[in-house]
Ligand binder design. Structure first.
Ligand SMILES: Cc1cc2nc3c(=O)[nH]c(=O)nc-3n(C[C@H](O)[C@H](O)[C@H](O)COP(=O)(O)OP(=O)(O)OC[C@H]3O[C@@H](n4cnc5c(N)ncnc54)[C@H](O)[C@@H]3O)c2cc1C
Length: 416
């Protein structure tokens, strides 16, 4: 009896499990005996793109019924080591004991974490990496009105002006603004980055639209900010200035799970090099997906640490992990279509088209798209085998031009 083992129950792991289950169904007798198991600390999918949301209905969802419906097993535990030559992983179980789990095909989908701040700063900083982080931020912000009035009570500083930093800074501008108004105070949000412009990692395309949104929401951007220390007094910059704020959020980039580096070549973000089948280079039995993998999505363009890439790479890796065990040809991964959708708080949203991120929509229309993405598109399929396996089709969406993309979104918006 062969076994596909999937490490991780995030976007890539969940879709790898469903992809493998679909391949098992499609391949019939040749695959009927192959077992599929997911190993993760919890069977709850953290909806990371929603962690910044002040009004999110939920930050995570239980996928145990979905896995069961697809006849995928679940092992509660944390993978601590990979023994590739022996084909097994060491798993730390919830009772702290360790167990060896054997595999014939392994999918690595253990995601990424925010690059941590220096340990001495941690007590003064909030992060947005997990459900616990988002709940902690909610508790903190909603308790601010109980504090003594002070100029810093409704002040926030966000460190890192990439995708997550922009979303949480603009969300806080609206959130703190509403709280401050109730007591006749003012809110203040500062976004700091080493770079010269906000959203620099998103390139030239959306730069102006982002600057306009920051201006509209009252978020001030500190370029070329070099931080000496974060402490109870706030953020001390190298230039000697202190930025005092009751709320400090750290959004300084992501690093892939460190276990990837123990079995293959990784890039500066810790992502494993994989081939077009999403097989880890030099590891015939191991596939990687989501934030752990750096795959070619389109000519000249690699996948990014995003749900947009985690879900399809998961599906393909799951299909292939099972197909190779059933003696079927693996399928190739490609994802030519690329869009970006940012929530910019009270300024609405921003939707871009293509790898150059040409601005397609801003404002309320773009925000409505973001709501559909966060509320519907990234949500797991229902715990119904037929519907879940249908959704695990690995065929990529064809690349379309901006007009066709706008039509596609309009059609979706009409269904809301
Ligand atoms: C605040 C924030 C906002 C974001 N916004 C967007 C957005 O708007 N659009 C977008 O496309 N992307 C966004 N992203 C990125 C996106 O969430 C990630 O790219 C995506 O979650 C990656 O999926 P993944 O399955 O690779 O990893 P994850 O979703 O991180 O899942 C990893 C899984 O592995 C499990 N795991 C971890 N360690 C182990 C271990 N040792 N053993 C076993 N299991 C383990 C975890 O419990 C989890 O189940 C955002 C991320 C953050 C943090």
């Amino acid at each position: 009896m062969a076994r596909v083992l999937i490490a991780g129950a995030g976007f890539a792991g969940m879709w790898a499990a469903l992809g493998a289950a679909r391949a098992r169904r499609d391949l019939g007798a040749a695959a009927a005996d192959i077992h599929i198991d997911v190993v993760a600390p919890t069977p709850r999918l953290c909806l990371k793109p929603r962690l910044y949301e002040r009004h999110a209905a939920a930050f995570e969802t239980d996928i145990a019924p979905l896995l069961a419906a697809a006849n995928v097993g679940y092992v509660a535990g944390t993978v601590e080591a990979i023994d590739a030559p022996a084909g097994r992983v060491t798993v730390r179980m919830p009772d702290s004991a360790t167990r060896q789990e054997a595999y014939d095909s392994l999918v690595l989908a253990m995601g990424s974490h925010t690059v941590p701040p220096p340990a001495a700063w941690r007590a003064h900083i909030r992060m947005l990496d997990s459900t616990a982080d988002a709940l902690d931020l909610h508790r903190h912000v909603t308790a601010l009105p109980q504090r003594q009035p002070s100029p810093d009570r409704y002040a926030a500083a966000v460190i890192g002006a990439g995708f997550t930093g922009l979303e949480i800074a603009t969300e806080l501008a609206g959130w703190l603004g509403d709280l401050a108004r109730e007591s006749g105070e003012a809110a203040r949000v500062v976004l700091l980055d080493r770079a010269a412009s906000a959203g620099a990692t998103l390139g030239e395309g959306p730069r102006e639209a982002i600057a306009e949104a920051l201006a509209l929401t009252g978020v001030s951007f500190r370029a070329a900010a070099s931080i000496r220390r974060v402490g109870p007094e706030g953020i001390l910059l190298e230039c000697g200035e202190t930025i005092a704020a009751a709320t400090i959020v750290w959004a300084a980039g992501m690093r892939a799970h460190p276990l990837g580096a123990t079995i293959g070549h990784t890039d500066t973000e810790g992502r494993l090099s994989v081939d077009v089948m999403l097989r880890v280079n030099g590891q015939p039995r191991i596939f990687a997906a989501g934030d752990m993998a750096k795959a070619a999505a389109a000519p000249g363009h690699a996948t990014l640490m995003s749900c947009q890439h985690a879900m399809p790479t998961g599906r393909t890796a799951g299909h292939n992990a099972l197909r190779v065990l059933a003696g079927a040809e693996p399928i190739t991964y490609a994802q030519p279509m690329y869009v970006t959708c940012l929530d910019l708080g009270p300024a609405g949203g921003l939707v871009t088209h293509g790898w150059e991120r040409s601005v397609l929509w801003t404002g309320a229309e773009a925000k409505a798209v973001k709501r559909i993405i966060n509320g519907r598109i990234i949500a797991p399929p229902p715990a119904d085998a037929d519907r879940a396996l249908q959704a695990a089709d690995p065929t990529p969406l064809p690349a379309v031009g901006p007009e066709a993309l706008a039509d596609r979104w309009r059609a979706l918006l009409a269904t809301v």
